[in-house]
Design a protein around this ligand. Structure first.
Ligand code: FAD
Length: 265
């Protein structure tokens, strides 16, 4: 089973700071990690490979430093890592990101399965996986919490929904996005770290992918973040103090009057 796992490098969330003027995330000097939810996709892919054979390729679109994420994925047990990197890709929205990743997937060996994370902790849209499935015209099963059985041409999976679980039959090749419940990510081993250090990582540029420039980066993105705001917490209001029976009755009366003026009772 050949599996591709698209992974995203994100700023470590405990360190995220916003630029107060532009409203964008300040990435300079911030530690980058593999999107934590992608670790579950990596683990699921490695477990499938261990059971059914084949290989797992980690794929990321990002700056040259995103190579670190690929080496971490290999240290966990992925076989190969491919970096998709070109200045022309910078500022891509989810549509443009998926467009580039799909062209990269087409340059790899034929795949049976793509396993993406549920969402990235920075962009937080959960759109890239489904957009890739749509562009590749393959079946999509999102929020997968369990893989029940795998056949040569399909699999049975369990999907987390608001009121429980759905059981789906899905044909292969397909794309899954997975939730935390599906697995428990392993830690990299010493042998894995050694392999990761010595593995050559191919870098694919816009020219290699034969993509159309009009669809790349900020200019080629149909959507744009114009403003990001942190909600302001307002703590206005009146504190009613009740220290004895009389003040308790006064407080209740005042509260009832307040609710009446708001037509809440
Ligand atoms: C409306 C809108 C406008 C935007 N405009 C801009 C902009 O103007 N400039 C800008 O810099 N950014 C912009 N972004 C952010 C940018 O689109 C995202 O960071 C990026 O496209 C990935 O989307 P996401 O972080 O929401 O990932 P999600 O869709 O939440 O990620 C889901 C999964 O997709 C895979 N994945 C996501 N990104 C990658 C990747 N790069 N490589 C490999 N796998 C990946 C991972 O498996 C991940 O778990 C915009 C986002 C939105 C929603």
């Amino acid at each position: 089973m050949n599996i591709v796992v698209p992974i995203k490098q994100v700023p470590e969330t405990s360190n995220v700071k916003m630029d107060p003027v532009t409203g964008t995330i300040i990435r300079d000097g911030v530690e980058s990690i593999i999107n934590p939810l992608d670790l579950y996709a990596i683990e699921t892919a490695i477990q499938l490979k261990e059971t059914y054979g084949g290989k797992v390729t980690a794929l990321t679109m990002g700056p040259p430093a995103a190579e670190k994420a690929l080496r971490e994925a290999i240290a966990m047990g992925c076989d190969e890592g491919v970096l998709v990197s070109d200045r022309k890709f910078s500022g891509a929205d989810t549509w443009s990101t998926a467009y580039v990743l799909v062209h990269a997937v087409k340059k790899l060996d034929d795949f049976d399965l793509i396993i993406a994370g549920e969402r990235a902790t920075d962009g937080d849209t959960g759109q890239v996986g489904p957009a890739m499935a749509s562009a590749l015209d393959i079946p999509l099963a999102s929020y997968i919490s369990r893989i029940d059985s795998v056949r040569a041409d399909g699999m049975t999976v369990e999907r987390l929904v608001e009121e429980g679980y759905e059981t789906l039959e899905i044909d292969l090749p397909a794309l899954l996005t997975v939730v935390k419940e599906i697995s428990y990510p392993r830690l990299p081993t010493l042998r894995g770290k050694q392999k990761a250090r010595n593995t050559e990582l191919p870098v694919l540029t816009a020219e290699d992918l034969e993509v159309e420039e009009v669809y790349l980066g900020l200019k080629g993105s149909p959507t744009r973040v114009v403003k990001i705001e942190t909600p302001k917490v307002t703590r206005g209001g009146t504190i009613l103090k009740a220290v004895d029976e009389e003040s308790m009755n006064d407080a209740i009366e005042e509260l009832v009057e307040f609710l009446k003026t708001r037509e809440m009772i």
